[in-house]
Write a protein that binds this ligand. Structure first.
Ligand SMILES: [Zn+2]
Length: 105
């Protein structure tokens, strides 16, 4: 039996499907962001020197899967461009994550 994770609506998705959807969501995010801004920068601090910039999940994929909200893993609103420093800060925050503050769409 393959690894599956639940979404908020009760659907279960295989991990391989989730991974593919994450890839697609990241590609979409990249495209939309470039169309809007022409270049990539850290969305958290908006500084040009917050580098290197990566696509990072606000709510981690692991967290999304564990809490049966797997759809957040491939929700482009949960994926942001973050420089390394901001990414590190976020990872620290995630250990004491407050779900009440999360806006889901
Ligand atoms: Zn930053």
């Amino acid at each position: 039996m393959a690894n599956t994770y639940q979404c908020s609506n009760g659907t279960r998705l295989e991990k391989t499907v989730i991974d593919q959807l994450i890839k697609k969501a990241k590609a979409k995010k990249y495209q939309f962001f470039l169309e809007e801004h022409d270049y990539i920068f850290c969305e958290d601090c908006k500084r040009n020197d917050c580098k290197p910039v990566d696509l990072s999940h606000t709510i981690s994929v692991d967290e999304a899967q564990k809490t049966s909200k797997s759809e957040l893993a491939f929700d482009i609103h949960n994926i942001r461009f973050r420089g390394r420093d901001c990414h590190k800060k976020l990872d620290k925050l995630n250990t004491q994550f407050n779900w009440a503050k999360v806006d889901t769409i």
